[in-house]
Design a protein around this ligand. Structure first.
Ligand SMILES: [Zn+2]
Length: 107
């Protein structure tokens, strides 16, 4: 298991100034971007029905071997009717650490 299926980038909307890209395959704490040092501890993939839509939640629990931080990247994607890339409305990226979850961006 690796971080291979984690999208490389997500974006922070900056209103009228557009979007700012940030890397997902790096430690949010120390900026370590050596994928060999980012250890995937657990991965969950759950899809729930929400009326006509599907909500897919992918959770990546990651340990940074450089600074020791354990965190999760949580990707919540909304699909219309079918879970295909064409039917994907939006994906929200959340960051979890020590029980606290915060919104990071979209892709
Ligand atoms: Zn780190």
């Amino acid at each position: 298991m690796g971080l291979k299926d984690l999208p490389e980038k997500a974006y922070i909307p900056l209103g009228r100034r557009g979007m700012e890209a940030f890397r997902l395959r790096e430690c949010m704490k120390c900026g370590n971007e050596k994928e060999d040092d980012l250890q995937l501890l657990d991965r969950q993939d759950v899809t729930e029905k929400e009326g006509k839509n599907l909500l897919n939640i992918k959770t990546y629990k990651i340990k940074c071997n450089k600074c020791g931080t354990i965190y999760k990247i949580i990707i919540k994607s909304l699909y219309v009717e079918e879970q295909t890339e064409e039917n994907r409305l939006v994906s929200a990226v959340h960051y979890w650490e020590n029980g606290e979850e915060q919104w990071l961006g979209v892709f």
